[in-house]
Design a protein around this ligand. Structure first.
Ligand code: 5AD
Ligand code: SF4
Length: 455
């Protein structure tokens, strides 16, 4: 049996796909990198915006056509959309399996069953808020297959917590990934040690709000700062990153101090503001004001010299006026992000935003604001990237860049710095998974270009 796994969405999904892939491989399935050769296709899906769901639905439309001439093809939908739509998705003529993020532990069984019985199967949490998925089972699955599949060589994701309790009014995550649960420190560190033994050099700790990690045990409360300290002590691990942060006071200083004091913790903080208008932040159920947010950034910069900060914004949230948007632009200018992602508001079924607020900003206005905010950010990123000219940076090499060969026949390699800058440079051999020093000769808003520097 040959299986093709296609992943849409965020790092959490990439990690889930890696675990699923490892489990299927161990069960004797062959993993292929192309749909045409596959006997089964698993699509790991994202629900965060309507557009992400539409891409999956059109993919399923294609698979429906393929199944007309290849009826034995098994199609499974896993991930957030599977949990959100459940039985509705199972009705799709192409779909045989619907499996939520809390049920990926059953994936081998589900695929085998679909192949043998040809019956449609639904495996999702009935009430994700009241009966969270079996945490122990998920934890064991995660520990068993702590795999670095689908990651550049030498890198791996490590989940420190699942779910989210924040209920930002636009966000589907709490409804599809369930309540916040932090994993036991011992389990996390054991996993990191095993990854290091397998040659992993960079780990990225994952959590929907990773800085709210909290685990109580034997009278002690562990925060993310404690996990960073323990991870820093694991030999073989060289760089530690963590995403994504929620702008909150709690543990913020300790985490920044850990970043300053622990040599392996990368000076990169992804901390989305979402908006610069207090009115919109309140409507989003974000629990801070623009001023408080900027104070957090100031604090981070005071504690950690050279820190790079990144963010996300949503434009066109219900009720967002020109003045609200202007405040967002102001915030972006003050925040001076290394980069930020800008999304057009998309109402998600069942969220408070969708139920209570009218999606009243016209599509064209959302589009304009998106373009304007990106232009503001591009100028800032451009200024920041110029500061690297003629400097030597350390890069963890990921692999070939999109254009693998230059005229001279040299390889064009790509990697990232500890502050998450993308660096493109020439090399004679594939150095994927290695740390190299690169002298920067040219910069663009998102990428630094250079050549290998002598040590
Ligand atoms: N519409 C648009 N963007 C959204 N995001 C989350 N939910 C929505 C939505 N309904 C954005 C936020 C978040 C990022 C992962 O996606 O900016 O930080
Ligand atoms: Fe969604 Fe808000 Fe939780 Fe982030 S913190 S996952 S935006 S609900």
């Amino acid at each position: 049996m040959r299986i093709f796994v296609q992943t849409y969405g965020c790092q959490m999904n990439k990690l889930d796909s890696a675990l699923v892939t490892a489990a299927l491989k161990e069960a004797g399935f062959e993993i292929v990198d192309n749909e045409k050769e596959a006997d089964a296709v698993l699509i790991n899906t994202c629900s965060v915006r309507e557009h992400a769901e539409q891409r999956v639905l059109s993919h399923l439309g294609n698979l429906k056509h393929i199944k007309e001439s290849k009826p034995e093809l098994v199609v499974g939908v896993i991930g957030c959309m599977a949990q959100r739509m459940g039985g509705e998705l199972l009705k799709h003529p192409a779909v045989d399996i619907v499996c939520g993020p809390g049920q990926i532990t059953q994936i081998v069984e589900l695929v085998k069953n679909a192949v043998e019985t040809k019956l449609k199967t639904l495996a999702v949490s009935e009430n994700i808020r009241k009966s969270p998925a079996d945490e122990k089972c998920l934890d064991d699955f995660e520990s068993q297959y702590d795999s670095d599949e689908e990651q550049p060589p030498g890198q791996a994701y490590v989940r420190v917590m699942r779910g989210c309790n924040n209920f930002c009014s636009y966000c589907i995550v709490p409804y599809v990934r369930g309540p916040e649960v932090s994993r036991e420190p011992k389990v996390i560190i054991e996993q990191i040690k095993r990854l290091a033994d397998d040659g992993v050099k960079q780990i990225t700790l994952l959590g929907q709000t990773v800085n709210s990690y909290e685990y109580k045990e034997g009278g002690k409360t562990y925060s993310l700062a404690d996990i960073l300290e323990m991870a820093n002590a694991v030999s073989g691990i060289e760089w530690i990153k963590f995403v994504t942060n929620y702008p909150a006071e709690k543990y913020f200083e300790q985490i920044c101090e850990a970043m300053r004091d622990l040599p392996k913790v990368c000076r990169y903080l992804h901390i989305p503001a979402q908006s610069g208008s207090d009115k919109i932040l309140a409507a989003m159920n974000r629990k801070y004001t623009a001023e408080q947010y900027l104070e957090l950034l100031e604090k981070a910069r005071a504690i950690v010299p050279g820190i790079a900060v990144a963010g996300d914004f949503i434009v066109g949230f219900p009720g967002e006026t020109d003045e609200d948007f202007r405040q967002t632009v102001e915030l972006a200018k003050k925040a001076r992000y290394r980069n930020c992602f800008v999304f057009k508001y998309s109402p998600r079924p069942g969220t408070a935003g969708e139920r209570k607020l009218k999606d009243d900003v016209p599509a064209e206005v959302k589009r304009q604001r998106n373009i304007e905010l990106l232009a503001v950010q591009e100028k800032i990123s451009n200024e920041l990237s110029k500061e690297f000219l003629e400097k030597i940076v350390t890069v963890l090499v990921e692999g070939h860049s999109k254009k693998p060969h230059l005229d001279g026949g040299n390889l064009q390699l790509v990697g990232r710095t500890d502050t998450d800058w993308i660096v493109v440079f020439e090399g004679v051999e594939n150095l994927a998974g290695e740390f190299v020093k690169v002298k920067i000769a040219r910069s663009s808003p998102l990428t630094l270009f250079g050549s290998l520097a002598a040590d």
